[in-house]
Design a protein. Structure first.
Length: 270
């Protein structure tokens, strides 16, 4: 078997988590990431017939039966992943209609996947129905997006339009907009169900006073999606208390749609 730490998916995951921590998005053990893998990705690195143990998932997801995931561990700090990946990360395969996860690698200290694992899997199911190429669910706590949920209307159209107006690239990067959930108790199936429902219409879901969920076809795309929304929120928080003399108009955003061949969410522009 090849060394799994040299696998492209592992190298990219470690780089991404380290970068997320460096951005200040994942304080302490805040945040979690799951990357769906194909069997062809892992077969040269793992003995697929040698599960180390079974971990109950606490939910059912028959659509993900037999799927493989590289996922962050519960209570783990992103800053430590690059130094001890086999403790802070795990590769699991879902069985029994998603009710059990076979641990194939990682969590060597006896740990388990993130407490948000049900929310991740529910969001994977939702996004796969929209885009079969979706592979990543990413959750983190960007400070400006959090701050924005304290002072801005949480109406999704209003929230999205404000972000689009803050930075020219916003409507280009997330023309599907941003969905928003009011504060809910985290780590529950209830918030997972609510997030998955929101994921049907947008790749970004803000958890008010908590953080954001992002979805994408790879780690780069998903990181960039959140990074762009956070930049828009940062600009908003810097100017929200000031009189606004200029903005990006709807007419100008329509020009961006044509120039970059994107379509803004229906009904969000005049």
């Amino acid at each position: 078997m090849k060394d799994i730490l040299t696998a492209p998916f592992m190298v990219e995951m470690i780089r991404t988590l380290t970068n997320m921590y460096a951005h200040g998005w994942d304080e302490r053990n805040g945040g979690n990431v799951s990357l769906m893998l194909d069997e062809s990705d892992v077969k040269d690195y793992l003995d697929l017939n040698a599960a180390k143990r079974q971990i109950p998932t606490g939910f059912a997801a028959p659509e993900l039966e037999g799927r493989y995931f590289l996922v962050t561990g519960t209570g783990k700090y992103f800053k430590n992943v690059q130094y001890a990946p086999a403790i802070n990360l795990g590769v699991v395969r879902l069985r029994d209609q998603g009710r059990q996860a076979e641990l194939l690698w990682g969590f060597e200290d006896g740990g388990s996947f993130t407490s948000e694992f049900p929310a991740h899997m529910m969001s994977h199911v939702a996004r796969l129905k929209v885009n079969p190429e979706n592979r990543v669910i990413m959750h983190c706590h960007p400070a400006n997006l959090l701050a924005m949920t304290y002072v801005h209307d949480l109406n999704e159209k209003a929230f999205t339009r404000t972000l689009w107006q803050m930075c020219t690239e916003c409507i280009v990067v997330f023309p599907d907009g941003v969905n928003v959930l009011p504060w809910m108790l985290c780590g529950t199936n209830e918030i997972g169900i609510a997030t998955a429902e929101k994921m049907r219409t947008a790749r970004l879901v803000v958890w008010a006073q908590h953080g954001i969920y992002g979805a994408g076809k790879d780690l780069d795309e998903t990181f960039g999606l959140i990074e762009t929304a956070e930049k828009g929120a940062e600009i908003y928080m810097k100017i929200a208390h000031l009189p606004r003399l200029n903005t990006i108009t709807d007419e100008q955003m329509h020009l961006l749609e044509k120039r970059f061949n994107v379509t803004a969410r229906e009904g969000y522009l005049d």
